[in-house]
Design a protein around this ligand. Structure first.
Ligand code: B12
Length: 411
């Protein structure tokens, strides 16, 4: 949120640090690398560690780059590995000390060695809440009224375009309702946020837990609004009524394609009929709905694109979002593109953006997909009064010469 120029970051590091940790998704890997390069140039002996979903699936590739700027890549969840890493970095022999830790990928004697994956955190309630006190929270609160809270990890589904299950495992692990509401209460009462974004992949995977969360929020008289992301088939009319009574104002669900066959082919294991029903139930409960589509799923044709548009217009959700298929590392589409009839045109992650395509899907090339995206966005938007601004501002392209560390919102 500070949007610090790289120089300011370097000045902070000059205050003295033992090691540097960076996170990134695929889209901002380039920014993470630029920062790491600047750090290495000025502080060559400070170990620089990269983690996160992109790093987890491309660790060996990252450390094999010519002129590598990262010393270590952590593969998987980090909570149980940060302390051993920290202790090892106190020693000059840290490379040898860390090379046997599960989840550490590093270079030892010029050879890249991967220690596999970290163990998943078993008891999420045992983790402390995010250390918001270390961040300029008043700036976040001034920028937008909502803040994210993650209440679960792991996804039992295996959609070909998503890596969540591979990243956090296929077993759903959730924090208890009390623990979740404790964090909500702190965020509302201490930091003054009025809106919570439950950013879980599938917030209502366990409906009993969500009911408990709602009940405890009401019992404690917590005054806030909230939104969540989930799968349509996990919702019922009763659950949505409970959620509305506890402050839920928006539910986001994936449709992916209006053509069920495409969803089946991507292993989506959810029916478009569920979404139609869930949107209706949301409306009856007084909750807005937002549905998301992926353009360019395996099997996509001009005809299936029309089906998605028809579905988007017909189902009458309050918000509609379209994204272009991106073969993120770790997804089945990135690993086995031929099996899905997809050709990946670039594995250079600097070319990956949320608004452009780098895949050929059957007859549809990147330009076809980009044009389809523009047309569907425009056509879906013409519904009078149905579309509103996205809740989270869309990042603009990095402005020329911009030194900001994250994608620039100011342009
Ligand atoms: C909340 C969320 C968002 C939020 C905030 C993003 C953020 N940067 O935190 C918003 C809505 C802004 C967002 C946007 C996007 N997101 Co998003 N998002 C998520 C979501 C649902 C939860 C992230 C989270 O907090 N997870 C919980 C924590 C505990 O897990 P974690 O982040 O992986 O971190 C753990 C480890 O990775 C590791 N770790 C992470 N960083 C570091 C650093 C160090 C030094 C170490 C040692 C370890 C380490 O330890 C952590 C604790 O265990 C994930 C899905 C998921 N279930 O993770 C997708 C996910 C991260 N998003 C994804 C994508 C694709 C996007 C977008 C590109 C979507 C789009 N088309 O615009 C944008 C990109 C934004 C950007 N520029 O980075 C993908 C990333 C895939 C990839 N290879 O990059 C994911 C994995 C979803 C998916 N199913 O594929 N997203």
């Amino acid at each position: 949120m500070d949007e610090l120029p790289v120089k300011a970051v370097l000045d902070r590091i000059a205050g003295g640090v033992d090691w540097i940790g960076l996170t990134c998704t695929t889209l901002n890997y380039g920014s993470a690398r630029s920062v790491a390069r600047a750090v290495k140039a000025r502080f060559p002996t400070v170990p620089v560690v990269l983690g996160g979903p992109h790093a987890t699936f491309t660790a060996e590739q990252i450390l094999s780059e010519p002129d590598p700027v990262f010393d270590v890549v952590v593969q998987g969840e980090a909570e149980n590995i940060v302390l051993p890493l920290d202790q090892a970095f106190e020693s000059r022999q840290w490379r040898t000390l860390i090379s046997d830790i599960a989840g550490v990928c590093c270079r030892l004697d010029g050879v890249v060695r991967s220690g596999g994956r970290t163990a998943y955190v078993g008891d999420l309630d045992a983790l402390p809440f995010p250390a918001r006190q270390l961040l300029p929270m008043s700036k976040y609160a001034a920028y937008q009224p909502h803040t994210p809270i993650i209440t679960s990890r792991g996804c039992p589904f295996h959609c070909a375009f998503c890596s969540a299950g591979q990243m956090h495992g296929q077993t759903f692990r959730a924090r208890s309702a009390e623990n979740v509401v404790d964090e909500v209460e702190r965020v509302v009462r201490v930091y003054g946020f009025s809106t919570i974004h439950f950013s879980d992949d599938t917030f209502s995977m366990n409906s009993r837990r969500v009911r408990q969360i709602c009940q405890i929020m009401r019992a404690r008289g917590i005054k806030c609004r909230w939104l969540c992301e989930t799968r349509a088939e996990t919702l019922t009319a009763e659950l949505l009524q409970d959620m509305a009574a506890a402050g839920c104002f928006l539910v986001t669900m994936g449709v992916e394609s209006g053509c069920q066959k495409l969803n089946d082919r991507s292993g989506r294991r959810s029916h478009v009929g569920h979404v139609r029903k869930a949107v209706q139930m949301c409306r009856e409960a007084g909750i807005e709905s937002r549905i998301g589509f992926v353009i360019g799923l395996p099997g996509e044709t001009a005809d299936t694109l029309e089906r998605s548009l028809e579905f988007a217009l017909d189902v009458r959700a309050d918000h509609v979002a379209f994204g272009i298929l991106t073969p993120y590392p770790g997804t089945d589409i990135a690993r086995f593109p031929e099996a899905y009839g997809v050709r990946i045109l670039s594995r250079d992650y600097d070319n990956y953006r949320h608004d452009s395509a780098n895949v050929q899907v059957g007859e549809l090339g990147p330009e076809d997909l980009e044009q389809a995206w523009l047309r569907l966005v425009a056509d879906a938007n013409i519904l009078p009064g149905e579309m509103t601004q996205p809740l989270i501002p869309r990042p603009k392209a990095m402005c020329d010469g911009c030194e900001h560390l994250s994608r620039c919102f100011a342009a």
